[in-house]
Each structure stands twice: as structure tokens, then as C-alpha cells.
Write a protein that binds this ligand. Structure first.
Ligand code: FES
Ligand SMILES: [Fe+2]
Length: 376
């Protein structure tokens, strides 16, 4: 397979990301801390306005921010801890199910079945400090009369390896489509040019790398390996953990998740990064990291967060500049091998959409392990 692919090198494939959004998945809507009990919060997800809040018990809910009567944003209404009342004609909806409870204008002899009317509602879960919302395929018809869909799988969470750990969050808005956000996140070749810092690495340390990848359900994995020796923090970690080896696993899983796990002896670091489509040309990157490394060293968590924040800020700044270049739809290309993960992403996405269209099982674009080589 590797040999066959090289023929494409002569004419690098020109590819403009299509920025189609994927339905039928859980997405991080916003940090739970932004949703106090007594206030309604607006959020945008896959070009869909939502109103998010908490009931009296503190359980989060998400409704489409448009009344099924005449479209008034429900976020303009009043919430009593259980029902949401629209500000226009006072229709009341159950915050979790979206089911209509009351239409004040009805007289006692009018027989409209109030409980058959629904405001759009979405399943909600709270994991790792985020409110996750399940976004189903948009209903083809019957808007205003459809109940919410029950997802068949739970919202994702950061993998944890023992009871005591630190957790940190990072968020950045990216002025680009979700596709550019994701391929930027998985791009191995930008490191030496974007992420330079004296304490991390310099661009002169660029060297040839070889990494093994394998298919996993809905994604691919960069297989466990001892990280490259050209970064000081890894050298430090190996010394500190007194471990023979450090293994790193990086998974990409549709629709938008990058999971990274580092293990050195009894120490571990684990993160779940998502790139969430807000609108067609705006996305948000959210990183949640957990670790037991340096847990008791007072400056440890701060230091780790500092390093992470610096990386994310460098990526954000880069994508902000890139969005200038993308404004007028230039032709783009993806080259082997450094952009192969990006190609897999587009192929996975296409395969998923195809399987949805046909109602058939998804065909994975990779048929076995692959070794990629690049310089970074
Ligand atoms: S628009 Fe909401 S009650 Fe009429
Ligand atoms: Fe980066």
C-alpha cells in the first residue's frame, strides 16, 4: 500500500476540505461552569442555536433556541427550574423533553393537543467539566412534533488510569472550518515551525521520523512507541519516572476527537481534545487533560498547563493567519506522507456519510497497519 501511494507524489492531490458537519454524535457544547442554575445560556453547535440551562437538581438540558410556535428564541424566556416559558405568547415547555405543557391562549373548549407539541430538545451529559450535547440527524419533517432521539452510546470522556489525578481545561476559538481545525491538530509537519521554544525544541532539531499507524473503529491510532528524544520534557520524564520506556498512543476518532495517552511506569497523562463545529467557518478547540505525573509537586500542574496553553495559543494564532489565506478559496494540497492522517480523516468522513446514506455498515478506508515517514 505504501508503495502504491507514492505514485501520487508526482501530482500531489489537490483537495479543498468540504466542511460538511457530521450528525449522530456527541459534541462538547460548553464548559459546565458557564451554566449556573439560575441563568439560561446560549450556545451554537453545528450552525444550530441552542439554549442550555440546569434544572433544580443541577442536571443540564439543551433545547433548540427557537420556539416551535413562531420562532422566538427560548433563551429570551423565563425558566422556573423545570419549565421554560416563551416570552412571546407564554407557551411552556418541559426543559428536558421539550414537551409543551401549556398554551395560555387556549379556551377550555378548544381541543388542541398541547402535549403533542415539542420544542426541539437534545440529550445532554456532563463529563470532565463539559456539557456534551447529542446532535442527531436533522429531522426531515414534523418539526414541532418530534421527541428527542435517544443516543445509543454515552458521551465520551477522558480515559483515567487511577483514582488520584489533576485535571485541566483549555479552550480556544478558531476562525476556520472544523476540517482545518482537525487537520491542523493532527498535522505532524508544522511542529518545527509553529511550536518553537527554547525549552521544547528548536527548528534545527528537525529530523526524519517513522511512526506506525493502524485502523481502529471510526478512526486510526498512532501506535505506542517511545517518544522522540529531541524534546527535553520527555528526557526529564523518563529520568523522573525511572521507567525504561515511555509509551504514547494517539488516537483520532470521528467526528472530532484526538485522544493522547502517555504512560511511564506508574505515571500517566491522558487528554481528550475536540474540535467542535460552531458554524461553517468557525470552530472551537477544547482540551481536557488529566495526569498523575508531578501531582504533588506544587508548580507541576501550573507548569503543565502553561506548556499546553502555549501550544494551543501557537496553533490558534497560526489558524487565524491561515484563515486570511483561506478567505478566497485557494486550491489546497495534501502530500504524502506528512498529510496522510489528514487524508484518512477526509476518507473516514466520506465513508461515514456514505454508510449513513446507504444505511450500510461503514467501510474503513485503511485495510491494515501503515508506517509513515516524515521530517519534523
Ligand atoms: S413564539 Fe413562543 S409562544 Fe409564541
Ligand atoms: Fe500544533
Amino acid at each position: 500500500m505504501g508503495e502504491l501511494e507514492t505514485t501520487k507524489l508526482e501530482t500531489p492531490s489537490r483537495q479543498a476540505p468540504d466542511s460538511l458537519m457530521l450528525y449522530g454524535f456527541w459534541y462538547r457544547a460548553l464548559p459546565g461552569a458557564q451554566v449556573p442554575r439560575n441563568r439560561l445560556h446560549k450556545a451554537m453547535l453545528l450552525e444550530m442555536p441552542l439554549v442550555i440551562g440546569r434544572d433544580r437538581q443541577g442536571k443540564a438540558f439543551a433545547l433548540r433556541d427557537a420556539c416551535p410556535h413562531r420562532g422566538m428564541p427560548l433563551s429570551c424566556g423565563r425558566f422556573d427550574g423545570q419549565n421554560l416559558e416563551c416570552s412571546y405568547h407564554g407557551w411552556k415547555f418541559d426543559a428536558h423533553s421539550g414537551q409543551c405543557q401549556l398554551i395560555p391562549s387556549l379556551t377550555s373548549d378548544q381541543e388542541l393537543k398541547v402535549d403533542r407539541i415539542y420544542a426541539g430538545s437534545y440529550p445532554c451529559e456532563e463529563n470532565d467539566g463539559y456539557v456534551w450535547v447529542f446532535v442527531p440527524e436533522p429531522p426531515s419533517s414534523g418539526a414541532g412534533f418530534t421527541k428527542s432521539v435517544e443516543p445509543s452510546f454515552p458521551a465520551p470522556r477522558v480515559p483515567i488510569f487511577d483514582g488520584k489525578y489533576k485535571i485541566a481545561h483549555l479552550t480556544a476559538d478558531l476562525p476556520c472550518s472544523v476540517d482545518h481545525g482537525i487537520i491542523g491538530l493532527m498535522d505532524p509537519a508544522h511542529g518545527p515551525f509553529v511550536h518553537q521554544a527554547w525549552w521544547w525544541r528548536s527548528r534545527h532539531s528537525i529530523h526524519e521520523k517513522q511512526k506506525n499507524f493502524e485502523p481502529i473503529p471510526m478512526g486510526f491510532r498512532m501506535s505506542a512507541h517511545t517518544p522522540s528524544s529531541n524534546s527535553a520534557p520527555y528526557k526529564l520524564l523518563r529520568l523522573y519516572a525511572d521507567a525504561d520506556s515511555i509509551t504514547t498512543t494517539i488516537d483520532f476518532v470521528l467526528p472530532n476527537m484526538r485522544l493522547e495517552t502517555i504512560r511511564a511506569g506508574k505515571y500517566w497523562f491522558s487528554s481528550l481534545t475536540t474540535v467542535t463545529p460552531i458554524t461553517r467557518n468557525h470552530c472551537r478547540i477544547d482540551v481536557v487533560a488529566c495526569w498523575n505525573i508531578f501531582r504533588w509537586v506544587p508548580f507541576g500542574p501550573g507548569l503543565l498547563k502553561f506548556v499546553f496553553a502555549k501550544f494551543v495559543e501557537q496553533d490558534r494564532q497560526t489558524m487565524e493567519n491561515q484563515s486570511e489565506g483561506l478567505k478566497h478559496n485557494p486550491h489546497l494540497m495534501l502530500i504524502d506522507d506528512a498529510d496522510r492522517p489528514a487524508k484518512w480523516y477526509f476518507q473516514l468522513k466520506a465513508a461515514y456519510l456514505e454508510s449513513r446514506r446507504k444505511g450500510a455498515e461503514m467501510r474503513h478506508p485503511m485495510n491494515g497497519p501503515v508506517t509513515l515517514k516524515w521530517r519534523s
